[in-house]
Design a binder for this molecule. Structure first.
Ligand SMILES: Cc1cc2nc3c(=O)[nH]c(=O)nc-3n(C[C@H](O)[C@H](O)[C@H](O)COP(=O)(O)OP(=O)(O)OC[C@H]3O[C@@H](n4cnc5c(N)ncnc54)[C@H](O)[C@@H]3O)c2cc1C
Length: 240
């Protein structure tokens, strides 16, 4: 007798949507998130394309905590103190929104909970529970074993669960990039004035060139309701 039909490791977008769909089908689902709450541990620039999530939650933007709908897109090539910008204005066919994952992931996790999934936060899964060559659940901090028929590894793009289950090879430094992001407060009026936006409209700006001083990578800037998300990402292999 297993403890749950399905254990989902991670309550990021993938984990919460998987938990929601599985719980809705009547399975018993335990979702384990190592962060204090869903959304407290993630790395994300700030723009969500709607096409995928819309299949699960049609018109989700009407109730989800989105920031702004992207209507202004800028691609910038910087050299020295100068640069060239290409900008596209207007609502593109592919809808996208700026979001803050701390709020958004929590909303998604609540959807999963409402569908019947049990979400436990602040607990790290140490490894899959493997017996007789099969994954039979997970081992959490403190060596506690929790059994399930299926384990969903939704612990992110680098999934250490997949690595420990032997489903992918170890990653090397070359596979990683490092990113830094700051969310800076700016009033709604200043954002709309500086980025030439109407109410609720958002800008997504991406930059390459001298911004990373020769290192492979780029910068991003997304406008939220009353903050901007500003960041830079660089390949570790290129840094060395
Ligand atoms: C710098 C950067 C900028 C990005 N910008 C964008 C963007 O603007 N738009 C976009 O669409 N995508 C962006 N991405 C990609 C995006 O962040 C990922 O595609 C997305 O987060 C993947 O969702 P996920 O649910 O699979 O994993 P994650 O969001 O990584 O969620 C995994 C969850 O699992 C939890 N977890 C991990 N290990 C364990 C464990 N052992 N036990 C319990 N819980 C665990 C984590 O705490 C986390 O909550 C960006 C990525 C980076 C690195």
């Amino acid at each position: 007798m297993v403890d749950f039909d399905i254990i989902v490791v991670g309550a990021g977008p993938a984990g919460s949507v998987a938990s929601y769909l599985l719980a809705k089908k009547g399975h018993t689902v335990l979702t384990i998130e190592r962060g204090k709450r869903p959304g407290s541990k993630n790395m994300f620039g700030g723009r969500l394309y709607a096409w995928s999530l819309e299949k699960v939650f049609p018109n989700f933007w009407e109730e989800a905590p989105i920031e702004r709908e992207v209507t202004r897109e800028v691609l910038g090539l910087l050299y020295g103190d100068d640069g060239i910008e290409i900008s596209l204005n207007g609502k593109p066919k592919a809808k996208s929104f700026t979001i803050l994952r701390a709020k958004f992931d929590q909303w998604l996790a609540e959807k999963a909970e409402d569908a019947g999934a049990e979400i436990v936060s602040g607990v790290k899964v140490e490894s899959p529970l493997i017996e007789d060559g099969k994954v039979k659940g997970v081992i959490v901090e403190g060596e506690e074993k929790i059994e399930s028929s299926i384990v969903v590894a939704a612990d992110g793009a680098l999934s250490f669960m997949a690595e420990k289950a032997g489903l992918r090879a170890k990653l090397s430094g070359e596979d990683f990039a490092v990113g830094a992001k700051e969310v800076i407060e700016l009033s709604k009026d200043v954002i709309e004035d500086r980025f030439r936006l109407e109410e609720d409209e958002g800008a997504a700006q991406l930059y390459i060139g001298d911004i990373t001083e020769g290192v492979v990578g780029g910068g991003f800037l997304y406008t939220n309701k009353d903050t901007i998300s500003l960041g830079v990402v660089m390949r570790i292999g290129s840094l060395s």
